[in-house]
Design a protein around this ligand. Structure first.
Ligand code: GLP
Length: 237
């Protein structure tokens, strides 16, 4: 794992942008994208850049079950606002949280990922070490599936909703197996409340209890973390 420690999320956004730019220059055409507070500074840099994704494909990690694409808390909506309106891709896919047949939607999504292997995968991390919505205990070889969110994740994401009751209780998520199939992975983490998860991911044992720790086994991972998120690391990077 390559670890890049930055002062703050703004600087992290610039470092994240550089990774996107280099990936594009090196021929990446399929980008796995993430939502949440963390990637926002990177998306801001991308929006304000002259990078062109119009011949690229994007595949998002996850979506809440039950939220329509035009719901302002859906991940569809987030991606439109934070990236796609400014930087359209040739094709952009986000799981369909309104699918009446969830199993069929998961199959469709897996087929899409298999047909369009991800060259560059962006990730955030949950306070409990989850990636996408793969909560602790998720199988490391899993593909797209419906996830019942843990209370920790519901609490963490409640800040985006009017109140906790409005946070959906389940989501569709790419699995850890599909994430690990990405050619290159960039994980961003900012703030003290990510410090335990970051330390466990980089320096702890590889365990399903900390889903992101499996990234230690991937050959090309870059972690962009700010000083606060790095504060519980034992080693120097
Ligand atoms: C959600 C998303 C993850 C994200 C995590 C952290 O659960 N499904 O993809 O990494 O939250 O979010 P944030 O970046 O807002 O801290």
């Amino acid at each position: 794992m390559k670890v890049i420690i930055v002062n703050d999320p703004q600087e992290g956004g610039k470092a994240g942008f550089k990774q996107f730019k280099d990936a594009l220059a090196n021929g990446a055409r399929c980008f796995g994208l993430a939502t949440g507070g963390t990637p926002q500074t990177t998306y801001e840099q991308l929006r304000n850049s002259d990078l062109d994704f119009s011949s690229c494909r994007s595949i998002n990690l996850d979506e809440y079950v039950g939220l329509a694409p035009d719901n302002d808390q859906s991940y569809h909506y987030f991606m439109q606002q934070n990236l796609f309106n400014a930087k359209p891709f040739a094709h952009s896919d986000v799981p369909n949280g309104l699918a009446s047949d969830i199993a069929a939607e998961c199959q469709r999504y897996d087929q899409l990922i298999r047909e369009h292997p991800i060259d560059f995968q962006l990730l955030g991390i949950g306070r409990n070490g989850h990636i996408a919505f793969n909560e602790p205990g998720s199988p490391v070889d899993g593909w797209t599936h419906e996830v019942k969110l843990t209370q920790s994740t519901i609490d963490a994401n409640a800040r985006f909703f009017a109140n906790e009751d409005e946070v959906p209780r389940s989501a569709l998520s790419m699995g850890i197996g599909a994430i690990m199939a990405g050619k290159k992975i960039m994980l961003e983490a900012y703030g003290e409340n990510k410090a335990d998860a970051v330390a466990a991911t980089i320096e702890g044992p590889v365990t399903p209890d900390v889903p992101a720790s499996i990234l230690q086994k991937h050959p090309d991972v870059v972690m962009i973390i700010d000083k606060a998120a790095a504060s519980k690391l034992q080693k120097q990077y």
